[in-house]
Write a protein of this length. Structure first.
Length: 250
């Protein structure tokens, strides 16, 4: 997880639920090594519409005609978002100058309505699929498979949440070696068992690791770990690193 301890200047990581959990005795929980993960046969999702804003906070309404917002989404501080990354949202619906969007807030899966004024819009065919039971991450561009890599996932006591999320930031350049490897991609989801992590919200991330022996097991505080080589390949394949849909399935 991305915790509040990633300093803005040095980006020295003390990220949240992703971090160094003591590895439990997993026994039969280790990933299969001789059986290939099933090939995805479902139709690829439609292109996602992504909106970004340079604003540091965005009011969110339960309905477009409500007089007052129900909450405000604020740009995360250092340690939770790269300073250059704007706030991003994935669009679910549109109505008369208003957008229903997925929100990077708790509880996971929250949506709300925001004004379309001043937002920059783009689309992406990229999407990431994570299988917790198969310990795999796959990156697609439409129906084209770009990356298929093994992962480590949340421990039994701090499981990786399932659901549909999106990428919110890309963090690189922090001091090495780091428990988060060479890069971390923040997601819009949060741990469902931790209240906080590292002094901040327990945000889930996809990140690298130097402990490649942990790949294929349940060891993290909720984050999805890739070998450094694979997180490097994932970052290189994401020219647009904001608003990429991420589906995490059991």
């Amino acid at each position: 997880m991305l915790g509040a301890g990633l300093a803005a200047a040095a980006l020295a990581v003390t990220v949240a639920s992703c971090g160094h959990a003591n590895r439990p005795d997993l026994g039969g929980d280790a990933a299969p090594t001789t059986t290939a993960a099933p090939t995805t046969t479902t139709a690829p999702p439609a292109s996602a519409t992504v909106v970004t804003t340079p604003a540091t906070s965005v009011p969110v309404f339960a309905h477009p005609d409500d007089p007052e917002p129900t909450l405000t989404v604020d740009k995360p501080g250092p340690g939770l978002q790269a300073p250059a990354d704007p706030l991003a949202f994935v669009v679910e619906d549109e109505r008369d100058g208003w957008l229903e969007v997925q929100l990077p807030v708790r509880p996971n899966g929250s949506t709300g309505w925001i004004s379309a004024d001043g937002l920059q819009e783009s689309t992406t065919d990229l999407h990431i699929e994570v299988s917790l039971s198969w310990y795999r991450l796959k990156l697609f561009d439409g129906d084209e498979l770009l990356l298929d890599a093994p992962v480590a996932v949340g421990a039994d006591a701090t499981p990786t949440p399932t659901g549909t999320f999106f990428t919110t930031t890309l963090m690189q350049g922090y001091a090495q070696p780091s428990p988060y490897g060479v890069a971390a991609i923040g997601l819009s989801g949060f741990s469902e068992v931790l209240d906080s992590f590292g002094g901040g919200p327990p945000q889930i991330a996809i990140h690298g690791t130097y402990d490649e022996g942990a790949i294929g097991s349940r060891v993290s505080n909720g984050c999805i770990r890739l070998a450094n080589e694979d997180i490097t390949a994932l970052v290189a394949a994401l020219p647009q690193h904001l608003g990429v849909p991420v589906t995490v399935a059991a």
